[in-house]
Design a protein around this ligand. Structure first.
Ligand code: ZN
Length: 235
């Protein structure tokens, strides 16, 4: 029986939905994020605001929500050259992967998360990776997660469960999951306080939240929200 969890929490829509999932399912939940010198620190600010709002608006969750951990991963910025860490435009590479792909990033995140989970005695590692996403990052695939779960459990001699609530659902379903976990208030909280835009734009406010409205992350979030609202009106 699992009662404790560590959520990889970046302050975006997906990881906020994962955090709500963990708070609904487990008794003690901690959060972790990594600072690898992203082009903007907007996400890092967003995550603190989201945590604060969850504590304020959800007293039934607030007492379960424990420590937040921010790990410095500057080294990742020094080995990778991508549009998330360097000032280059987002595009698809010949490999079929977007140039936002940071090789091994998620493997490193999970390894560090497991090391922390070991120390903090947390059983479940929750991450918002998704195979239905446009990006097709190989380190977000279900097989990779299963392999990591096995490697980390063997390598640390401790049974970890890697949980991926968003693996097979699309962005509209992610909004729907948020609503089922925390009602309309959680949907509103995600719109207002989470951040997804690759460009770090917090000046343009749309029905689905803040962002440039044009980068692939904004487009995905906007399209998902539109479909969620349409489907939600029919039930
Ligand atoms: Zn954007």
């Amino acid at each position: 029986m699992h009662t404790t969890a560590l959520v990889l929490f970046s302050g975006g829509q997906d990881s906020t939905t994962c955090l709500a999932h963990a708070l609904a399912a487990y008794q003690r939940v901690e959060t972790i994020a990594f600072d690898y010198r992203q082009r903007h620190s907007v996400e890092l600010d967003a995550r603190l605001n989201v945590l604060q709002e969850i504590r304020r608006q959800y007293p039934q969750w607030a007492h379960k929500l424990g420590e937040d951990h921010l790990l410095d991963l500057a080294v990742l910025g020094s080995v990778s050259e991508t549009s998330l860490t360097r000032d280059v435009a987002f595009k698809m590479e010949a490999s079929g992967l977007p140039n936002t792909f940071v090789p091994g990033r998620n493997l490193l995140f999970l390894t560090l998360a497991a090391a922390l989970a070991y120390r903090r005695d947390l059983q479940v590692i929750v991450t918002g990776v998704c195979e239905t996403d446009f990006s097709g990052y190989p380190d977000c695939r279900d097989d990779t997660m299963k392999a990591m779960q096995l490697a980390l459990s063997l390598g640390m001699d401790k049974r970890f469960l890697i949980e991926t609530p968003l693996m097979w659902i699309d962005k509209a379903a992610t909004w729907r999951l948020a609503k089922s976990l925390g009602g309309k208030a959680l949907v509103d909280l995600i719109i207002e306080h989470t951040h997804t835009c690759y460009l770090g734009d917090r000046t343009h406010r749309h029905a689905w939240g803040y962002g440039c409205g044009e980068c692939p992350a904004c487009e995905l979030r906007a399209r998902g929200y539109e479909r969620f609202v349409q489907e939600d009106a029919q039930v």
